[in-house]
Design a protein around this ligand. Structure first.
Ligand code: S3P
Length: 441
């Protein structure tokens, strides 16, 4: 993909449904007897892989229309043993949550994924599910392909999540669903809480206490989940791309409607406002217990680099790639600390951003746990270079946005991964005024 400097971005950007919530809706629907109806489901490759996996575990998963799906589940503990390998594609959330969900049923399943997923650590999930009585056999280093043998007589677990990870927390809670008694998960820093909210929505007994040691979540096992209707909100992590592009492309003024501003997800928008972005929340309202707003973003030539508060990292963990693109256009240094989890995402996102920014004339500094970008402000990002997307949708979209605000086009070696989370990205951005083109080189 080649991203030429954009014309002013203007209009309404209707971004797709939330990826995190979409995975969870399908998985919890599959664990519920009766019909769970879902609207606004993200129909990206990651979520479609989870839908296929839920069918393989015995649920009926039916697409009824655009984003409208029905799931007839098998109930807690009702998963059947899949007849074939479960291929989760590029989706870390998919594979880790599904491993948790099947770990306390007396079945075994073998999981694999694409080259990116096969290089990502699974030990962070197999460790805790072994405490329930499950076993796992993967490649050296806890890598996929991996077979998980579910516990025949699961015991409940008390587990302190050692890194800030909503995927690990969620895997433990989903495993706890089919263990008798109380499963307790403790997280030192709050991460996205969609699993907790959705479990409560399906009628599970769940208590959350904020204590000196962190957030303590207590789940009572073996509940009878009640089917429900889920309207998936639009994804703030996808909204981040048109918002960021509008801030750095001269003359832009866009609105991104209906974006969830759950505090565990909204860290990027707060950070952009701290940098001086002209980003406003319009029509603030509450939908299904979540704060929602229309985001209005306008060209912001006055943005300044800042030190991003490290405690904000869990609420914007997927947004550091696009933040570093905005930082390249702001004036002065933006320092991002406490970000070493970025090294084990779909790619090593610190390295991917550092190399691609350098190739396009932006200076960076990098440590194991830190990325700092020296913004060019009014001098503008030169562009003219190539960036490698490394099987990582957010890296591909971040560099597409870099090209929109740069002096010369930015080339991305492979835009294919964008389809995992934002299949309409190219058309949507070009509809606003971007100039994304495909190259045959
Ligand atoms: C996610 C959690 C985060 C995030 C990922 C989605 C989730 O991963 O990066 O894109 O839906 O729970 P970690 O749990 O590894 O931080």
């Amino acid at each position: 993909m080649i991203s030429h400097p954009a014309t002013p971005l203007r209009g309404i950007a209707e971004v797709p449904g939330d990826k995190s919530i979409s995975h969870r809706a399908l998985i919890l629907g599959a664990l519920t007897v009766g019909e769970t109806r879902i609207s606004g489901l993200l129909e990206g490759e990651d979520v479609l892989a989870t839908a296929a996996a839920m069918r393989a575990f015995g649920a009926d998963v039916i697409r009824e229309g655009d984003g409208v799906w029905a799931v007839h589940g098998v109930g807690v503990g009702g998963f059947a043993e899949p007849e074939d390998v479960i291929d989760c594609g590029n989706a870390g959330t998919g594979v880790r949550l599904i491993m948790g969900a099947m770990a306390t049923s007396p079945i075994r399943a073998t999981f694999t994924g694409d080259a990116s997923l096969r290089s990502r650590p699974m030990g962070r999930v197999t460790g805790p599910i072994e405490l329930f009585g499950a076993a796992s056999y993967g490649r050296t280093g806890g890598l996929l392909p991996m077979t998980v043998v579910g516990a025949r007589n699961p015991v409940p677990v008390r587990y302190r999540v050692p890194m800030p990870s909503a995927q690990v927390k969620s895997a433990v809670l989903l495993a706890g669903l089919n263990a008798p008694g109380e499963t307790v998960v403790i997280e030192a820093e709050a991460t996205r809480d969609h699993t907790e909210r959705m479990l409560a929505g399906f009628g599970a007994a769940l208590a959350i206490d904020d204590t000196a040691e962190g957030r303590v979540i207590t789940l009572t096992g073996q509940p009878e989940l009640r089917p429900t209707e889920i309207a998936v909100p639009r994804d703030p992590s996808s909204a981040a791309f048109p918002v960021a592009a509008a801030l750095i492309v001269e003359g832009s003024d866009i609105t991104v409607p209906n974006i969830g501003l759950n505090p565990t997800r909204a860290g990027l928008f707060e950070t952009l406002r701290d940098m001086g972005a002209d980003l406003t929340y319009e029509n603030m309202r509450e939908v299904a217990g979540e704060p929602v707003a229309d985001l209005r973003a306008r060209f912001s030539p006055e943005m300044k680099g800042i030190e991003v508060p490290p405690e904000r990292a869990p609420s914007m963990i997927d947004e550091y790639p696009i933040l570093s693109v905005v930082a390249a256009s702001a004036e002065g240094q933006t320092v991002m600390r406490g970000v070493k989890e970025l090294r084990v995402k779909e790619s090593d996102r610190i390295d991917a951003m550092a190399r691609g920014l350098e190739a396009n004339g932006v200076s960076i500094e990098e440590e194991d746990d830190m990325l700092s970008v020296t913004g060019l402000g009014p001098k503008r990002v030169p562009g003219g270079g190539e960036a490698s997307s490394r099987l990582d949708h957010r890296i591909a979209m971040a560099f597409a946005c870099l090209g929109m605000g740069a002096k010369a086009a930015v080339r991305i070696d492979d835009a294919g991964p964008i389809a995992t989370s934002f299949p309409v990205f190219e058309d949507l951005m070009n509809g606003l005024g971007a100039r994304l083109a495909r190259s045959n080189r």
